[in-house]
Ligand binder design. Structure first.
Ligand SMILES: Nc1ncnc2c1ncn2[C@@H]1O[C@H](COP(=O)(O)OP(=O)(O)OP(=O)(O)O)[C@@H](O)[C@H]1O
Length: 285
């Protein structure tokens, strides 16, 4: 099958060619600078969530994917690699401090049992800004991998900071990332930004699992009409060009924002991500 045919096949649910996400991986899969996980961690799959730029709701999409996988019965964790802008703890309503014992730092458990590690769980005060230089930030991300006792995890989601900077580079080089999900929004400019994120993953030989478009539309509460707040979507065109599937299109829904503000992201049942969930499940087979 050509790449284009694979992309077309992916658009016609429910087939997922999971083999193609692993077949391009070079041997050995561990680069020289790979960092060992904590000896007590048994993590089956590491999924990076990236965006070419900020403001697309990447953390919300990370949490939503994690919640849906958790609801599907998998053991889930989130490594919040957005060190200077951590938002995962707030979305789940969890607070620090995270404690450590001889086996490593213990992630904080959310109400739905999701294990979370974030710099905000280690700060004395959540409002304290993290004003660190790149190498210290990169070191913290590695520490969240090697120093945290994650225990048994089926899917560890890594919420990356926006852009193609130091942290995504560190994560791609240091962690055995199975694949990345790219989050985007509908604006025209985003096409170029998505390609930057896609090209970065490609350069690092990390498979791109697909695209999620957030803020796709707003549904009028009176007539049900879909309003394209940020203009027409281009996600299908970009996905076709890059030969990757679209894993979901999320509407802008004030109920999401309210539930997240209450720290109860796990209370949202987000069926707009069903295709992404099916793809992630298929990785486990
Ligand atoms: N589809 C959506 N509908 C309603 N609210 C949303 C939606 N997506 C995200 N939000 C809300 O927008 C706020 C910001 O989300 P989030 O932190 O994920 O994104 P961000 O600030 O754009 O940062 P980044 O993309 O870098 O993670 C959160 O309160 C979140 O609940």
């Amino acid at each position: 099958m050509s790449g284009k045919e694979i992309a077309m096949a992916d658009m016609q649910e429910p087939h997922f060619d999971t083999e193609r996400f692993t077949r391009n991986k070079k041997e050995p899969q561990k680069p020289d600078f790979h960092v060992d996980a904590n000896p007590n961690s048994h993590i089956k799959h590491v999924i990076g969530v990236i965006s070419g730029k900020g403001g697309v709701g990447k953390s919300f999409v990370t949490a939503s994917l994690a919640c849906q996988m958790n609801l599907a019965g998998y053991k889930v964790g989130i490594l919040d690699a957005d060190i200077t802008g951590p938002s995962i703890p707030k979305m789940y309503g969890v607070h620090g401090p995270a404690y450590a014992d001889d086996n490593g730092t213990i992630p904080v458990r959310a109400e739905d049992s999701t294990k979370i590690m974030s710099v905000n769980l280690l700060l004395d005060q959540e409002e304290t800004p993290v004003v660190w230089r790149g190498p210290v930030i990169a070191g913290t991300v590695k520490e969240f991998w090697s120093g945290v006792n994650w225990g048994d995890i089926d899917y560890l989601f890594v919420d990356m900071p926006p852009g193609t900077g130091d942290v995504p580079l560190t994560v791609f080089q240091s962690l055995p990332v199975d694949g990345v999900v790219i989050v985007t929004s509908p604006q025209e400019l985003v096409q170029m930004i998505v390609k930057k994120a896609y090209n970065m993953a490609n350069m690092m030989e990390i498979p791109v699992l697909g695209l999620v478009e957030n803020y796709s539309y707003l549904e009028c509460p009176d007539c049900g009409r879909q309003i394209s707040l940020f203009g027409p979507s281009h996600v299908d065109e970009v996905a076709e060009e890059l030969h990757i599937p679209v894993l979901g299109k999320l509407p802008l829904d004030p109920d999401y924002a309210e539930t997240v503000d209450q720290g109860r992201v796990f209370a949202i049942q987000n069926h707009f991500l069903d295709k992404g969930v099916e793809l992630l499940k298929a990785l486990d087979k």
